[in-house]
Design a protein around this ligand. Structure first.
Ligand SMILES: Cc1ncc(COP(=O)(O)O)c(C=O)c1O
Length: 443
């Protein structure tokens, strides 16, 4: 029992039953932080205090909160078609939405596979990669390669290719998964945008090819910009070289764009922003503006054709979810894409990037700051840890910001920012100002 001392009937009196994800449950339940509603750039606590959202919830509410066209679309669909299976049945709007989605993906991406989260998108993409290799007569290619510090959700596939030790330690992993080196380089701290040096880090894939043999490797998955590890921007030329090495060895390249798509980098996808086209793209979060859970895998037509074409009549891919292409998610997704287009939000993010970079890099002289990294409307402000207490200073900055009216995200001792794309220049200054105040107050 964790009783709360209040008389408000809209608030819980007991927090014990909800086992909260990725949370220090004991600390949270002793001092809860509750969010009761949200509008545009703000969350509101149950007592009505406004919090400027510097993180789009969890990198996902790209168009801002409770936007009317999305709310209305969900409301309408809930009264029309609550649910329809997608196994050998379907609802018409699922096809239309898939079509609209492929239209904003790079040329040649002709199909999408739907799930309900980023984790499901990742595990679906890994399975599709294995199915493709098998379909083209490369069944020996079963190895999946990720990157150190990578985050690909919490499925067994995702944690196997993921490179964050805490997420892996306690669990059994897929056999054969391996990792290339990460690209975080302290020697290039305070770089604006992409670091100059480090293209050769992509050659680490050649090391794994040499070690394991290309004929055992199905796919490589990377976040184009690593988010959860604290915003790690790829060095110039790095993604291009990774693409070239994959091509040389018949390895599929998967971009995990769960965070980087839908305007976060000022374009529909990171693939578009960097001009590097992978074979598969995982999507979630901003896909529906997070209003209804949804994940998706964008697939090159050639991959779909190979898997479907190589299969005897009948089901071609033994994979799918009860809620694949759920009507409410499809409705939310369609309204979200329309809103992005109507308000030109991807271009808006691109237009704000220089202002954003200026503002976050102004924190370089604030206490405890050891690096500032940015791209698009993303930024990582890495702090010196307090001695052995890794993460403690970051957690205190988070709390001070929360108390002063700004929601930021911390991962370890890095403050990770990814505001809704509707943020105003004044709100950028407010957000950065609150972080500066917190840095001045923390030990
Ligand atoms: C790059 C990336 N992949 C996958 C995921 C997992 O998404 P979900 O939490 O929706 O399963 C995340 C979540 O932050 C992510 O950042």
């Amino acid at each position: 029992m964790t009783p709360l001392d209040h008389a408000d009937p809209t608030l819980p009196n007991d927090l014990s039953a909800f086992w909260m994800p990725f949370t220090d449950n004991r600390a949270f339940k002793a001092a809860p932080r509750l969010l009761a509603r949200a509008k545009d750039m703000h969350y509101f606590t149950p007592d009505g205090r406004a919090l400027l959202d510097g993180t789009s919830g969890l990198w996902c509410v790209n168009a801002g909160h409770t936007r009317e066209p999305i709310v209305e679309a969900i409301r309408r669909e809930a009264g029309e078609l609550d649910y329809a299976p997608s196994f050998n049945l379907a609802h018409p709007k699922a096809f239309e939405f898939a079509q609209r989605l492929t239209a904003i993906l790079p040329a040649g991406f002709d199909q999408v596979f739907f799930g309900n989260s980023g984790s499901e998108a990742v595990d679906s993409a890994l399975k599709i990669a294995l199915a493709y290799q098998r379909a083209i007569g490369q069944a020996g290619r079963t190895r999946l390669i990720g990157r150190e510090k990578g985050y690909h959700g919490v499925g067994f596939g995702g944690i196997s290719v993921g490179g964050l030790p805490n997420n892996r330690r306690a669990f059994t992993l897929l056999p054969g998964a391996d990792h290339i080196r990460h690209t975080l380089d302290p020697a290039q701290a305070f770089t604006r945008g992409q670091p100059e040096n480090g293209v050769d880090l992509a050659d680490d894939l050649e090391r794994l090819v040499g070690l394991h043999g290309a004929e055992t490797i199905a796919a490589v998955i990377v976040e184009p910009v690593a988010g959860s590890a604290g915003v790690i921007v790829p060095p110039k030329g790095y993604l291009e070289r990774l693409r070239a090495i994959c091509d040389r060895h018949g390895i599929l390249l998967i971009f995990d764009e769960v965070i980087t798509a839908f305007g976060r980098l000022g374009a529909a996808t990171a693939a578009e922003r960097f001009g590097v086209t992978p074979d598969l793209i995982t999507l979630a979060k901003g896909l529906t503006n997070a209003a209804v859970p949804m994940g998706a895998v964008g697939v090159r037509g050639a991959i779909y054709d190979a898997v479907v074409g190589a299969s005897p009549a009948g089901i071609e891919l033994f994979h799918g979810y009860t809620y694949s292409a759920h009507p409410l998610a499809v409705a939310a997704g369609r309204a979200t894409l329309e809103l992005y287009a109507a308000e030109g939000l991807f271009a808006r993010a691109a237009g704000l990037e220089a202002r954003w970079a200026e503002a976050v890099h102004s924190l370089a002289d604030a206490p405890h700051v050891k690096d500032v990294r940015n791209l698009g409307l993303m930024a990582g402000i890495e702090l010196e840890p307090r001695g052995e207490a890794v993460g403690k200073r970051g957690a205190e900055v988070f709390q001070l910001c929360f108390d002063s009216g700004a929601l930021v995200r911390v991962t370890g001792d890095t403050v990770a920012l990814s505001p809704p794309l509707i943020i105003s220049p004044e709100q950028i200054d407010e957000l950065v100002g609150r972080i500066r105040e917190a840095l001045q107050r923390v030990d």
